[in-house]
Design a protein around this ligand. Structure first.
Ligand code: BTN
Length: 259
């Protein structure tokens, strides 16, 4: 990957700006700094390697050189998008799912925003918000996809089983064309954020639907129930053994199937 190939791959997308870094600590950190410096909406930071990639819940995200797709998109939400800010991570996950589906693989979303292939994690999304006073000034949507098998961290360090796109596809996957497809899908779904169409497509790709799952919300006892679907606001609906529907809002949530 280099800046020239990246520019060519994204030439028909209206990027706000584009930065390619051969190596970086975290593309989210580089994007946060650029946003503070006035980056325009839909500006992108892409790197071939992260030395301090960040995951959700303060975890590390492994991005060895040349093996993964790691990027952060800077969005300047419109007024009407600000109240839907919690849905931007799902937007990122959905865009990745669609790009993977173009490669004839069936991807699913482990609520709220991990992308799975054959029930193994292939992509994570870390969205960070920058506030100015009581308003969201910018959103950084950071996306990491395990493209080559060497992007998958050692099994003993994983909280959830993982895989790579190439392992599942059984053939090489071009990272730049994958990035292009993700960005196109993101642009297509962004105006539909929070609409029934967005809700339905997200719900249709939900992993473990109808299965019994265990959900741990930080600081609370874990609960299990049948994964019933998504609430209108994107919350997770769990059916308790007594048949009650429980709605779980976004937060630091860990979800796994009960086997
Ligand atoms: C998760 O924990 O599942 C979220 C992982 C998000 C990783 C991506 S890689 C690009 C961007 N830069 C980071 O430091 N993190 C995100």
């Amino acid at each position: 990957m280099d800046k020239r190939c990246l520019k060519t791959a994204l030439k028909d997308l209206p990027m706000g700006g584009l930065r390619y870094l051969k190596t970086v600590g975290s593309t989210n950190d580089a994007a946060l700094a650029w946003a503070a410096d006035g980056a325009a909406d839909f500006s992108l930071v892409v790197s071939d390697e992260q030395t301090a990639g960040r995951g959700r819940g303060g975890r590390r995200w492994y991005t060895p050189a040349g093996a993964a797709l790691a990027f952060s998109l800077i969005l300047r939400p419109q007024v009407e998008e600000r109240e839907k800010a919690s849905l931007f991570s799902a937007l990122g996950a959905l865009a990745v799912v669609e790009a993977i589906e173009k490669r004839a693989l069936q991807a699913e979303i482990k609520w709220p925003n991990d992308v799975l292939l054959r029930r193994r994690k292939v992509c994570g999304v870390l969205t960070e918000m920058v506030w100015v006073g009581d308003q969201i000034d910018s959103l950084i949507v950071g996306i990491g996809v395990n493209v080559a098998p060497s992007a998958v961290p050692p099994a003993e360090s994983l909280a959830f089983p993982a895989t790579s796109l190439e392992t599942e596809a059984g053939q090489p996957v071009n990272r730049l064309s994958l990035l292009r497809d993700i960005l196109f899908a993101l642009r297509r779904w962004r105006p539909l954020l929070g609409t029934p169409a967005f809700h339905d497509v997200w719900e249709s790709r939900l992993a473990f639907r109808g299965e019994t799952v265990e959900v741990c919300v930080e600081g609370q006892p874990s609960r299990s129930g049948q994964l019933a679907g998504l609430g209108q606001d994107g919350s997770l609906l769990l059916r308790s053994p007594a048949g009650e529907i429980l709605s779980l809002p976004f937060g630091e949530v860990h979800l796994r199937p009960v086997v």
